[in-house]
Design a protein around this ligand. Sequence first.
Ligand SMILES: [Zn+2]
Ligand SMILES: [Zn+2]
Length: 135
Amino acid sequence: MYKGSCLCGAIHVELHGAISDIIHCHCSLCRKNSGTAYATNGFINTKEFKVNDPGNKLTYYEFKPGKKRHFCSVCASPIYSSNADNPEFLRLRLGLLDSAIDERPMSHNFVDSKANWDDLDAEIPRYPTFEPSRL
Ligand SMILES: [Zn+2]
Ligand SMILES: [Zn+2]
């Protein structure tokens, strides 16, 4: 079982199944919604997903008819997206997971829409925490 939570901790989720088709999505919707270069999403089975939201903080933005992005109304963490045409599956935002997972991303998608400063193959330094120059 995988567990996850939003930034403020108001919403906890449990996944009692596997995640499939994990991608790094560089489309403009995911960029704007996340405020970052890309969002990492995967399909989960709706029946295997449990949202624990005792304070009723989960809300959504319907970005296209029937397509909703669900997020925490306190801290704005993206939780998952849903599609009314395909209710048996949800798209989970993997960044909210606290568990280590067995599955791995399979691709970078919508790279034609990626930000022009996002260089997928850039050889830039990697640090375990903040960059050393950060005060
Ligand atoms: Zn929250
Ligand atoms: Zn996207």
